[in-house]
Design a protein. Structure first.
Length: 342
């Protein structure tokens, strides 16, 4: 039986290869990968070959927004059984270091993260994974929804890092997939209002369709008199947007910086100091999958609304180049086992 994978042998090219059948080790399960969302990091590795200190230095399989079905289990597996449908957390920590033991496993210095060099991702038909990364999903949840629990987890973690409380006013800058998901999480957690800003009308329309008040980034006011939010979730990574958003926070407001700019960020700290604003950085997530599954299965968050394009495995390269070819696109999902659902 073939085990096809979309392999990036060099920058800007994907070829389909047949890999050896995975064998589960202790506490591992073999998962038939059913849906893989394409993230901006996948596109960056495909196009540029690096993100910060992570550099592609050989063939790499991309994909870390993943779901599937358990088809085999190894010794000492107790959390899943063959046939379970699962959402997959892509980071495997050592579980023994200071950060892991403190519950900060996402900061583990030995974290093995799918599709982050040198570790392969999940654009493959079957792969062996640690059972502790597998979360069983309800029968009514689609594989697509289960895979998108990964970007949803970023939104959940952003709200936790910003210490969002029910009744607060929230601004979300950047209406990409993570921004729209973060906005939905904020609403589900009881925000009294959520305003989403962006420069792209297509993305603003998507946010508007999901029931959010929207604002074009160019129309955002600054300085005294414009404070209209308690929490800022900065999801764009665009230069200057964080500083712009901080001016909209009330005294004692809180911000979570999700989008990472490619260059250093300049902030007018001497002027913002009088507002005593707290700024938290966001590095992936921890302990979020149960919450993500609950938010999706209950209908409080709609992840599939973000999916604009679907591809079979052999069209992975088209999926990775979608954003550069189709401006009015938001999220692509690849189906390794065959054609996408109609």
């Amino acid at each position: 039986m073939s085990n096809l994978a979309a392999v990036m042998p060099e920058l800007g090219r994907i070829e389909i290869r047949d890999l050896p059948e995975p064998q589960p080790g202790p506490r591992e399960a073999v998962v038939s990968i059913e849906a893989v969302g394409v993230c901006g990091s996948d596109t960056a590795y495909f196009t540029h070959g690096r993100i910060g200190d992570w550099v592609v230095d050989g063939p790499l399989i991309l994909g870390h927004e993943v779901s599937g079905r358990v088809v085999a289990i190894g010794d000492r597996v107790s959390q899943v059984v063959v046939g379970d449908r699962v959402a997959i957390e892509p980071g495997t920590p050592c579980r023994d270091c200071e950060d892991c033991l403190a519950g900060r496993y996402h900061l583990c210095p030995r974290l093995k993260f799918l599709a982050t060099p040198p570790y392969d991702g999940a654009l493959v038909q079957r792969v062996a994974l640690d059972e502790r990364n597998l979360f069983v999903v309800p029968d009514g949840m689609s594989y697509e929804e289960a895979a998108l629990c990964e970007p949803l987890s970023v939104g959940i973690w952003a709200c936790r890092r910003a210490d969002l409380r029910a009744g607060e006013r929230v601004r979300v800058s950047g209406a990409g997939p993570v921004g729209i998901l973060a906005a939905q999480v904020a609403r589900a957690l009881g925000a009294s209002s959520v305003v989403v800003s962006d420069v792209a009308e297509f993305r603003l329309d998507k946010a508007r369709e999901l029931g959010f008040e929207v604002e074009h980034s160019g129309a955002v006011g600054e300085g005294p008199g414009h404070e209209d939010a308690d929490v800022l979730l900065e999801c764009s990574g665009a230069p200057g947007v964080l500083a712009q958003g901080l001016w909209r926070l009330r005294n004692g407001g809180r911000a979570a910086m999700v989008g990472m700019p490619k260059q250093d960020v300049s902030l007018p700290l001497s002027r913002l100091n009088v507002k005593e604003i707290s700024i938290a950085l966001v590095n992936r997530y921890a302990h979020t999958w149960p919450t993500a599954i609950s938010l999706v299965s209950s209908g409080r968050v709609d992840v599939s609304a973000l999916v604009t394009h679907r591809f079979p495995l052999e069209q992975t390269q088209d999926a990775l180049t979608l954003a550069s070819r189709v401006p009015d696109s938001l999220k692509a999902v690849v189906y390794p086992q065959g054609s996408p659902p109609k």
